[in-house]
Design a protein around this ligand. Structure first.
Ligand code: ADP
Length: 430
């Protein structure tokens, strides 16, 4: 039964219901008809007796008796000398005499005398009626079966169609297409089921997107420190006699940063969901900036890049050092990647009231006005030929954006095509 299609189930139920109705109709209209008719006649006679009793001394008695005779076919006569009226029997072959019900009742008149009246009702034979009804029932059964079939088809289509549609969409969803929309309409339960499935699909797509973003983040953020470590290790390998303690320190620092980053990766991906907590500490932003630039300088000095730090004073902030350094790295990395022929990147730190502003300035190709609003979005890359063979994944700036937002800071960019860009962010000094 479980494997039966909904269409057939509905058809079965409807058919069963119709059959039950017909059986009840058959029983009442053919088997019990005669008995029920007799019972009703008896009840009518009892009612007539009550009516006559009420009107026995009334002037309206004759009207009541006439009415009973005409409408109910109940004849009321004095019991004394009462003879049931003769009825013509149309067919002599029918031996069966029509049945009658006769009941006598004594009534007390106004003057105290008593009168006995006989109530006589004819029971018309129901055989002819029964055969007519039987004939009708055959026709009704036929019509009912036809209607039940039609109705079953219509109802089951109406109910099963949206379910079939939802099932198809669910199969598409199961194949990993989270764009699937469930459009179940027709009745409340299906509408609710569609809404639930749409929400589930949306949640699934979010999880999937988060997973993809995490992968992209991992590859993007591991690349920079790995590049440092590799190039210094290569240098040490090629010129072991020139190894300085600064160089090995850089490798150690970067390995440390890498560990911190790896540990932080899950937090980064959860920046989106707001689960990640900032590990805020009081630290010298200018000092950290200096170190970061130094590391970057070492990395790119062979390519002829120039990095300059412009600052007035040392500033201490209460922030997550790892994350802020990561944001600065991303901006520096971009500035170098897109820097102009002068190969110069300026990092400017300025303080305005209780706000510190970091600007990373390059004189490169700049960004067109049409691209500017989108560069902070994930995976957005301006399609052009870049100088560096290894390009980013298009998430560097969105990480910067998230980190600054988490610190309740502000960020932005001023850029002119052909002249260069100034990326900036500012944080409160607490
Ligand atoms: P990517 O990893 O591709 O660098 P980002 O999110 O860091 O991704 O940057 C998004 C896009 O913004 C880049 O593809 C690039 O086109 C543009 N962009 C970022 N920084 C600069 C810059 N300093 N100069 C010019 N274009 C830039």
């Amino acid at each position: 039964m479980d494997k039966l299609k909904l269409q057939w189930k509905i058809f079965g139920f409807l058919f069963g219901f119709c059959a039950l109705l017909l059986v009840i109709l058959w029983i009442f209209q053919t088997v019990f008809l005669s008995d029920m008719y007799k019972f009703i006649r008896k009840v009518e006679i009892d009612k007539a007796i009550t009516l006559v009793e009420k009107n026995i001394n009334s002037t309206k008695l004759q009207d009541v008796l006439n009415e009973l005779e005409v409408t109910k076919e109940i004849i009321v006569r004095p019991t004394q000398g009462f003879a049931p009226p003769e009825r013509p029997i149309p067919d002599k072959r029918i031996r069966k005499q029509p049945e009658t019900i006769t009941k006598a009742k004594e009534f007390v008149l106004e003057d105290g005398s008593k009168i006995s009246l006989t109530f006589h009702a004819m029971i018309t034979p129901v055989d002819a009626t029964v055969s007519t009804l039987r004939m009708q029932l055959f026709v009704i059964t036929g019509i009912m079966v036809l209607l039940a079939t039609l109705l079953a088809i219509i109802i089951s289509k109406h109910i099963s169609k949206p379910i079939v549609q939802i099932n198809q969409s669910a199969k598409v969803l199961a194949m990993g297409n989270y764009e699937t929309k469930f459009n179940g309409r027709g009745f409340l339960e299906i509408k609710e089921l569609s809404d639930t499935l749409n929400t589930a699909a949306l949640e699934l797509s979010k999880v999937e997107q988060l997973r993809r973003e995490l992968m992209a983040n991992v590859s993007h953020d591991l690349r920079t420190p790995l590049a440092f470590i590799y190039s210094y290790a290569e240098m040490m390998h090629d010129f072991p006699q020139e190894v300085t303690s600064e160089q090995s320190q850089i490798i150690m620092d970067e390995a440390k940063r890498l560990t911190a980053l790896v540990n932080d990766m899950l937090d980064i991906s959860s920046l989106e969901t707001g689960i990640a907590k900032l590990n805020k500490v009081n630290y010298n932003l200018t000092e950290s900036l200096r170190k970061t630039i130094l590391r970057m300088k070492e990395l790119v000095k062979n390519d002829g890049y120039q990095l300059e730090l412009e600052n007035a004073e040392d500033v201490c902030i209460f922030a997550d050092e790892v994350k802020i350094t990561q944001a600065i790295y991303n901006l520096l990395f971009n500035a170098i990647t897109y820097s102009g022929d002068d190969k110069k990147v300026i990092v400017r730190q300025s303080v305005n009231g209780n706000v510190v502003r970091i600007e990373i300035i390059d004189h490169g190709e700049g960004i067109s006005k049409s691209d500017l609003p989108y560069i902070w979005e994930r995976y957005y890359k301006v399609d052009k030929k870049h100088k560096r063979p290894k390009m980013g994944t298009g998430i560097g700036l969105s990480i910067v954006k998230k980190i600054v937002e988490l610190h309740k800071g502000e960020y932005g960019v001023e850029s002119e095509v052909g002249k260069g860009s100034t990326f900036w962010f500012q944080l409160r000094i607490e």
